[in-house]
Write a protein that binds this ligand. Structure first.
Ligand code: SF4
Length: 377
């Protein structure tokens, strides 16, 4: 298990089955107690050791003294008319899980989106982000800090618990909130292993999507993982010139290198890549853009999600309706599957690219520096 040098109580949330088994052994308990805690936490959602009734009383008392189960705290909920709920969450400063040291308090967001037969939960992997996409308000925060595995998992657990009465049988999880998941690789993978563990939270890889701005070394590393989610790439441009302008990360990982990494990515038989493309009116939504995108993606097992820009704080325009359909039609005609995705929860600003309401852990923070759910990711 990760060394806890912080003298803070160990956060059980975010610990893997192996880590919990090893922890039990350090306490002089049989290892199978770790599996019991794992099940209680992730499958039964028991967040108080006093309620882990299959553990002996003395162990429960000891765990209550020496460990914590630190879930993110809900600061505010915003409900939308379409059923979407946006959660503003604070992450306590003293989370020792996996980090081995005290961390700064941070504020992030998670979004619960109900649909007829399923729910989708969008979660953050970092507070703020260092990647600096120009159409994204999270970028204005810079990177505040990486989240721990427990903080990543905690967002899913909170959203499920809060909506327990209306859950559908299928849960989708998308890593598309604040942050670039592949720049917080280890905690993200630790969280995903718990999420995707049939004995843990039991979300399936087919229903879990990690979205990246195109961090090539991270994509290559992810391809080598035994347990991994689906992969989505935020493309948003049809040429290097255009992408350099809105996603400076493109100067480090240009389109041709990114697509070569995508071509090498070891897709499972059922799997395809998703390319996200925010349509910014007058900037990247022309028919020639669509033709260039189709050419770039030719030969890849892929689909494109077109996300019309939501007008907000940033100086980009909503694309014309006719342009959206024309763009989609060109991709389809050239053999690239393309779908238009309208963002959910626009009236509570849970939609991609929209500024969060005036909530922050630091009340003095300027409105422009508030966290938001990142676009196209
Ligand atoms: S779009 Fe994603 S990668 Fe880009 S700055 Fe925003 S959070 Fe970071």
């Amino acid at each position: 298990m990760p060394a806890n040098h912080s003298h803070l109580p160990l956060n059980l949330l975010g610990q893997s089955a192996e880590e919990l088994r090893a922890f039990m052994q350090t306490l002089g308990e049989p290892a199978y107690r770790g599996a019991q805690i794992h099940r209680a936490l992730y499958a039964e959602h028991r967040f108080d050791v006093a309620h882990m009734s299959n553990l002996p009383v003395a162990l429960r008392e000891r765990l209550a003294r020496e460990t914590v189960i630190a879930l993110p705290q809900i600061v505010r909920r915003y409900g939308s008319s379409d059923g979407t709920v946006r959660y503003v969450l604070t992450l306590p400063a003293a989370d020792a899980s996996g980090a081995g040291k005290a961390t700064k308090q941070a504020t992030v967001e998670a979004v619960f989106m109900p649909e007829e037969n399923r729910q989708t939960i969008c979660i953050s992997t970092q507070a703020g982000c260092a990647v600096d996409c120009h159409f994204c308000l999270t970028a204005t925060l810079g990177l505040i800090r990486n989240l721990t595995a427990g903080e990543i998992i905690g967002q899913v657990l909170i959203a499920l618990e809060e909506n327990r009465a209306r859950l559908r049988p299928q849960t989708n999880v998308v890593l598309m909130g604040q942050g670039e998941p592949l720049l917080n690789y280890e905690p993200v993978m630790a969280a995903l292993r718990i999420l995707l563990d049939p004995n843990g939270m039991a979300i399936t890889p087919r229903h879990t999507t990690l979205s990246t701005s195109g961090i090539i070394p991270g994509i290559e590393r992810l391809g080598g993982e035994k347990v991994r989610p689906k992969l989505a790439i935020s493309l948003n441009a049809s040429s290097n010139e255009q992408r350099d302008e809105i996603m400076p990360i493109n100067r480090k990982y240009p389109i041709e290198d990114l697509l070569a990494a995508c071509a090498r990515y070891p897709l499972r038989p059922w799997e395809h890549l998703t390319f996200e493309y925010v349509l910014l009116g007058g900037l990247n939504d022309a028919p020639e853009d669509a033709r260039r995108v189709a050419k770039l993606l030719a030969g890849l097992r892929a689909k494109v999600n077109l996300i019309p820009w939501n007008p907000g704080e940033l100086p980009y325009q909503k694309p014309a309706e006719a342009r959206i359909e024309e763009f989609r039609g060109i991709l389809e005609e050239k053999g690239v599957r393309a779908f238009v995705r309208y963002s959910r929860g626009q009236d509570v600003m849970a939609a991609c690219g929209q500024l969060a309401l005036l909530e922050s852990a630091a009340p003095a923070a300027a409105a422009s520096a508030l966290p938001q759910i990142s676009p196209a990711r």
